[in-house]
Design a protein around this ligand. Structure first.
Ligand code: CA
Length: 226
């Protein structure tokens, strides 16, 4: 999943980013409310982890403005230990759940799984294209009955292609989504990862799922008989 982490304390932000990336999520960091709103305007995140105490536009205002602009992305608030009023206010403004600092990382991961599970229809934990199934909660992938073992980057790439199945995606769009908009990944690196995915998913299968759009990018879809 693509997760936006909004946290002004650098140490905490880095900790969250590293932990979530170890769980195969793609993480973008924002350190102010303004930055968070700008990013959510330009990129589709699957989840926002939102610290309430932020300089300038605080967390309440961020979630309020998100909902005002009809952005329904699940929001998990991070609040202070004695912030009962904060919790009520945050939920009233449209946050989906909260976690009190300090928290155990396992609890954060469990809350994230729960939020995504109950999210809108496009956030269903299982994505299925033909006989390819990806479980976003357990990160397990299988083609038919055969389990497919992927590295973190291969997984993120496949998840993005599957969420956008049948849509032709440019190399830049894919790179931004998988490696982050500030990454310096070259398109031949992407091509190399697509080759790896193909080896694992399509080799030996009559129906190919990953297709190259020459000079542009890729599309994941069930090959049409012609
Ligand atoms: Ca803070």
């Amino acid at each position: 999943m693509r997760i936006l982490v909004v946290e002004d304390e650098l140490k905490m932000a880095k900790l969250l980013k590293r932990g979530l990336e170890e769980e195969k999520h793609s993480v973008t960091l924002a350190s102010t409310g303004a930055e968070a709103l700008e990013l959510s305007d330009s990129y589709a995140f699957d989840l926002v982890v939102l610290d309430i105490m932020l300089p300038g536009i605080n967390g309440f205002e961020v979630v309020r403005r998100l909902r005002q602009s009809d952005n329904r992305v699940p929001v998990l608030m991070l609040t202070a230990r004695d912030g009962v009023q904060d919790v009520v206010k945050g939920l009233d403004f449209g946050a989906d759940d909260y976690l009190t600092k300090p928290f155990a990382f396992d609890v954060l991961l469990a809350r994230i799984r729960a939020l995504v599970r109950r999210g809108p229809i496009e956030h269903l934990p299982e994505i299925r294209i033909a006989d390819l199934v990806l479980d976003t909660a357990t990160h397990q992938v299988r083609r038919g009955s055969r389990p497919v073992h992927l590295t973190k980057t291969e997984y993120l790439l496949l998840e993005f292609l599957m969420r956008n199945a049948s849509r032709v995606l440019s190399r830049n769009t894919i790179i931004e989504a998988v490696w982050g908009f500030d990454s310096s990944i070259e398109s031949n690196t992407l091509d190399a990862f697509v080759r790896l995915l193909r080896n694992k998913l399509d080799d030996g299968n009559k129906v190919k799922l990953i297709h190259t759009i020459r000079g542009f990018g890729y599309v994941l879809q069930e090959e049409q008989d012609s």
